[in-house]
Ligand binder design. Structure first.
Ligand code: NAD
Length: 471
């Protein structure tokens, strides 16, 4: 809470972080102001027919930065959506794209509804009408603005969007108007799990640096690290799955109905099965129930992954957080006030604009696929396999050593689309982490968020300067 007693809004929170980071760059105020503001804000209303009449729906699309086109960012369906939130999320997208070198400006969309209160046909009507409104104002298109899934939306909504867009714009590149689509509609393999997989790669990279782990009193590597995840949606579920597969022990899981804890570990797939059967994660055999779900953030663990919504770690609960690492799967889960407390307590915060950038990275690959009109790996897979096969045969002939059928199969495997996507994602997350960490040390930033912001501001500023707008 600032001195004037008003709570800091999400967008103000983003801009406080921006201002803090811009002190580590050398750009003029006018240029920094241009980077910070939202370039276009479109707020609109439209009616939909319900069982008992009509309802007016409020919606937004914000394009934060046109320094690169298209702009890119998810669409959120939530009762809590408001203009400030959409602007904050759009701004974060700009910085996120810069951090992972994805050549897009940032954008975000939102529809103020609780999707659980509508039938599937109603959701389809809302989504198609939202898309038509974007088309009317030129706020969507493969070279203009490309939405993706976010909180409350998934492949299903993206399929409705591409179908609506193509009905109005039946052009050859039309499929690139949205990402996160089902594979049958021009989507890419690996996109669904990309954000959670990226969270895993980012945490794994951070934990691999012995010097940093020593400062936290932890051993390097993921093996045995105790993890709590808040939110078991797209991001949280996949992050938990890959962390568990990578050797972590999931000790706590939180959903909106409550949280569960077991110091010996929870089997994620069994918890998901239990939730499907009982419609709740609570009362999972062997686990302790935590009725107040936000208490889960204060559980004893090494790594806390908030992967539900923004502003969940605040000045009030930050002093009680026991985790040594916070991996921000969600956008904006930590307020400025909370972060100051966490940093004082020596917690390593892996910032959202880096850690959850896996989704936009793979969205970029999907967009490239849509514009190229060819599945990645299609041209090279067979050629690679034949070359490796010949190489192994020559090796066997010359040495007399023979590989088993299994070994040969593994070695000659040429890359499929999903192999290339996952490899591109892994490389992006590793390179970006080391770039931010190196920037932090070189410039003397106090924390990784400031370093990520400052490095992003530098890249965007350079892009403006090269346009000649700020000579
Ligand atoms: P989602 O709708 O798939 O999942 C969100 C989950 O959080 C749901 O299961 C919901 O029930 C749960 N939840 C809601 N309130 C909760 C609470 N108080 N406590 C515990 N759980 C709660 O959404 P998502 O796509 O996984 O997005 C989650 C976050 O990640 C958002 O902040 C989003 O902006 C961010 N994000 C998503 C993507 C993506 O590719 N989907 C990419 C980057 C960032």
């Amino acid at each position: 809470m600032p001195a004037n007693g008003h709570p800091v809004s999400f967008f103000e929170n983003v801009n406080i972080n921006f201002d803090k980071a811009s002190r580590y760059t050398e750009h003029p105020k006018g240029l920094l102001d241009q980077i910070k503001v939202c370039n276009s804000v479109y707020q609109f209303q439209f009616p939909i027919q319900t069982d008992d009449g009509y309802e007016v729906i409020s919606a937004w699309r914000v394009e934060h930065s046109h320094h690169k086109l298209p702009t890119k960012g998810g669409i959120r369906y939530s009762e809590d959506v408001n203009e400030d939130e959409v602007k904050a999320l759009a701004a974060l997208m700009t910085y996120k794209c810069a951090v992972v070198d994805v050549p897009f400006g940032g954008a975000k969309g939102g529809i103020k509804i609780n999707p659980k209160r509508y039938s599937v046909p109603q959701l389809q009507r809302i989504t198609r009408r939202y898309t038509a409104e974007l088309i009317k104002k030129n706020f969507i298109g493969p070279g203009i603005d490309v939405p993706a899934p976010d909180y409350g939306t998934s492949e299903r909504e993206m399929a409705w969007i591409v179908d609506t867009y193509m009905a109005f714009n039946p052009s050859i590149d039309a499929q690139g108007c949205v990402t996160g689509k089902p594979v049958s509609q021009g989507g890419i393999r690996g996109r669904r799990e990309a954000t959670g997989r990226g969270v895993f790669f980012g945490i794994r990279e951070a934990c691999s640096i012995a010097e940093d782990m020593k400062k936290l009193g932890l051993t390097p590597g993921l093996e045995g690290k105790r993890v709590v995840v808040q939110g078991l949606g797209n991001v949280g579920y996949h992050a938990a799955k890959f962390l568990q597969e990578g050797g972590c022990v999931i000790v706590g899981l939180a959903e909106y109905e409550g949280a569960i804890y077991n110091a010996k570990g929870l089997d994620l797939e069994e918890v998901m099965k239990h939730r499907r059967e009982t419609r709740s994660i609570l009362n999972f055999p062997g686990a302790m129930n935590i009725p107040n779900t936000s208490d889960a953030l204060e559980l004893d663990c090494d790594i806390l992954v908030p992967a539900a919504l923004e502003s969940v770690i605040t000045g009030a609960n930050a002093p009680k957080i026991k985790a040594k690492i916070i991996g921000e799967g969600a956008n904006g889960p930590t307020t400025v006030e909370a972060e100051e407390i966490l940093l004082k307590n020596g917690v390593l915060v892996l910032p959202d604009m880096y850690l959850n950038a896996g989704g936009v990275t793979v969205s970029y690959f999907e967009w490239l696929k849509n514009l190229q009109h060819v599945r990645m790996g299609r041209m090279a897979k067979r050629f690679t396999e034949t070359s490796y096969d010949q190489l192994i045969s020559t090796f066997e002939k010359k040495t007399g050593v023979h590989l088993s059928a299994d070994e040969r199969k593994r070695l000659v495997h040429g890359p499929d689309e999903v192999d290339l996507v996952n490899s591109g994602l892994e490389d992006t997350m590793i390179v970006a982490y080391n770039e931010i960490r190196e920037f932090k040390h070189r410039v003397g930033c106090p924390d990784l968020r400031t370093a990520a912001f400052a490095s992003a501001i530098d890249k965007i500023a350079r892009s403006y300067l090269e346009l000649g707008i700020f000579p």
